[in-house]
Write a protein that binds this ligand. Structure first.
Ligand SMILES: C[S@@+](CC[C@H](N)C(=O)[O-])C[C@H]1O[C@@H](n2cnc3c(N)ncnc32)[C@H](O)[C@@H]1O
Length: 224
């Protein structure tokens, strides 16, 4: 295996893509998923009106949550200017968004977030950081809380010349190891785990540069 790609270069890639409003191979500008929309519409009064969006990217999920009435803490390692420009500060929902420019692994969850979203970001973190973040969100959950996670497992990345690549410090979960972690952390919650195959193509070569099994986790706290 080659030298890992540095975290710094991954962070620089996203900072540039988001600043430029680019739609990368992973479709950063995509609308929220049907599964997420269905979940959001189903949320009732027992859920605290606070949300956390980890790795918000272009901010699509953050905006959907704010429009639905949630106060949203939006965390990403990229500067927040792009999201702040995208939201219209004249709208009442825009005032419900609070951005935090920091690494997700350095964000301390110390309140009861009714909804936690982490889409296409947790695979970049070390396993111990993924597990401690989710555990801490679960520990603080007191109402009918919902967690919506999309996480890549079993990842294969290739450079344009076909070399296999990995990213410094990434979680590198297999589907099975991720399922075990989720079942342990969400013990006592209603858990839906869905799996789909995912591939992204290098526009220059037309070959797959990223292949993975995507896990979608919808966890609902039964305790409330
Ligand atoms: C593939 S994008 C997903 C964006 C958004 N969640 C979505 O699905 O539309 C990954 C995002 O995670 C952010 N990111 C990657 N590693 C991170 C980390 N350790 N802490 C915070 N943000 C991170 C990137 O800056 C980027 O905005």
């Amino acid at each position: 295996m080659n030298q890992p790609v540095s975290k710094a270069s991954v962070h620089a890639f996203y900072a540039e893509a988001i600043r430029g409003g680019l739609n990368t191979a992973e479709n950063l500008q995509a609308a929220t998923s049907e599964r997420f929309n269905t979940l959001l519409e189903s949320i009732g009064d027992g859920t605290p009106r606070t949300a956390l969006d980890l790795g918000y990217g272009a901010g699509t999920y953050t905006i959907a949550l704010a429009r639905a009435g949630f106060r949203v803490v939006a965390v990403d390692q990229v500067p927040s200017d792009s999201l702040l420009q995208r939201i219209d500060s004249a709208s009442d929902w825009a005032n419900r968004i609070e951005t935090r420019e920091c690494l997700a692994e350095n964000f301390a969850i110390d309140e009861d977030f009714g909804v936690v979203v982490a889409k296409d970001v947790l695979h970049y973190l070390a396993r111990r950081d993924v597990e401690s973040l989710l555990t801490s969100a679960v520990t603080h959950a007191q109402g009918a809380n919902y967690h919506y996670l999309e996480v890549f497992t079993g990842i294969t990345r290739r450079s344009a010349d076909g070399r296999q690549l990995r990213i410094e410090g990434e979680a590198d979960y297999s589907p099975d190891s991720f399922r075990h972690v989720i079942e342990r952390i969400y013990d006592g919650w209603d858990l839906t785990l869905l799996w789909s195959e995912h591939a992204e193509q290098d526009r220059r070569t037309g070959r797959n540069c990223f292949e993975a099994t995507r896990a979608t986790v919808i966890a609902a706290n039964r305790a409330a």
